[in-house]
Design a protein around this ligand. Structure first.
Ligand SMILES: [Mn+2]
Length: 338
């Protein structure tokens, strides 16, 4: 990545790393798989699950796709999205569980996964080798990118449907090709997926121009609480805001980016009061070479994520959680002032 940023194009690696090769060997030797991702699935979770399901089927395998929460409205039009089942656990007869972009089984919020051999494919900074087979590539822009490498190496055809799902993982996990970590290879892959049948305009329309009205109204509530000081911006919604606007959990996705988009702001926090009173926080910082590594802050507070995008949950009320997170953020942004 750093080589690419200096302007020298890193060659696309031709060989899969040994960990990925072991995963393909395991898949070839087995038949039935359950594919999972984290709760509150995002574009990478949904797109990489769907692409992994297509990859398994092309290899002649059976695959069930399961998540703890339903697929967000903006991704429900993706090819095969109706195949994803929402469940509280997994009990079927499977040779392995393929767990995508989770730094631990707990992230899936699915019970029963411990009973199977697990295949862990992740790109988070907080990634952990908790599974039977682990492939963690912190330089990958999305887990979809890793699934694409598996598919290519396995000799699968990247169909227009698979290309669409993989393109969504790339688009959404890079914040529309804006976050740190992207380089020429990212655009080369986007180009390859477009050539294979992904339609960037149709995907953008479905993902970015199909916002539910309730989400826009929730955004209004959040923006009314916006605070901004010395490179830091934060906003919050109460559980009452959620109820009165009719917004659902998935409508909170991306609200933090409005705070981050302010000129001069290096890091932003979105706080949301959960029905039970705890406070869920989305942390973001501007890259590349972020001034604030939000993954490190989230991990100190029991959460996780990437350098530029992370999250954690603290005890309420909002004002108390706000004090904790602002102290952490200010320490990093203005170390001498503390
Ligand atoms: Mn991801």
């Amino acid at each position: 990545m750093d080589v690419a940023r200096t302007g020298v194009q890193e060659p696309v690696p031709l060989l899969l790393p040994a960990e990925a090769r072991a995963i393909l060997d395991f898949i070839r030797a087995n038949e039935r798989f359950v594919v999972c991702s984290h709760s509150r699935p995002d574009g990478d979770a949904v797109g990489s699950m769907l692409a992994m399901g297509m990859l398994l089927e092309q290899m002649g395998k059976r695959a069930d796709l399961v998540t703890a929460d339903r697929v967000p409205a903006v991704y429900r039009g993706l090819p095969g999205a109706r195949r994803i089942q929402t469940a509280i656990g997994v009990h079927g007869l499977y040779d392995a569980a393929i767990v995508l972009e989770c730094d631990g089984l707990a992230r899936t919020r699915l019970i029963g996964l411990e009973a199977y051999p697990q295949i862990n494919i992740d790109h988070h900074a907080s990634g952990q080798e908790y599974a039977t087979l682990n492939w963690i590539d912190r330089t990958a822009c999305s887990v979809g990118e890793m699934v694409h490498r598996l598919a290519t190496d396995a000799g699968c055809r990247v169909t227009p449907e698979m290309a669409t799902c993989l393109y969504v993982t790339l688009l959404t996990d890079t914040g529309g090709f804006c976050y740190g970590g992207i380089d020429a290879a990212t655009f080369a892959l986007a180009g390859e997926l477009t050539a294979a049948g992904a339609d960037p305009v149709a995907v953008a329309r479905d993902v970015y121009f199909a916002v539910p009205l309730a989400k826009m109204q929730l955004l209004g509530r959040a923006l009314a609480t916006l605070h901004c000081e010395d490179g830091l911006a934060w906003l919050a919604v109460t559980d009452g805001d959620m109820t009165s606007t009719g917004a659902s959990e998935e409508d909170c996705e991306g609200i933090v980016n409005y705070a981050l988009s302010i000129e001069g702001v290096e890091a932003a926090v979105f706080l949301r009061e959960l029905p039970e009173g705890r406070i869920r926080m989305s942390l973001r910082s501007k890259g590349p070479k972020a001034v604030v590594n939000v993954a490190a802050i989230a991990e100190r507070l029991g959460g996780g994520g990437h350098e530029n995008a992370a999250g954690c949950t603290l005890d309420g009320p909002i004002a108390a959680a706000e004090r904790v997170i602002l102290r952490e953020m200010r320490e990093v942004l203005h170390p001498t002032a503390q």
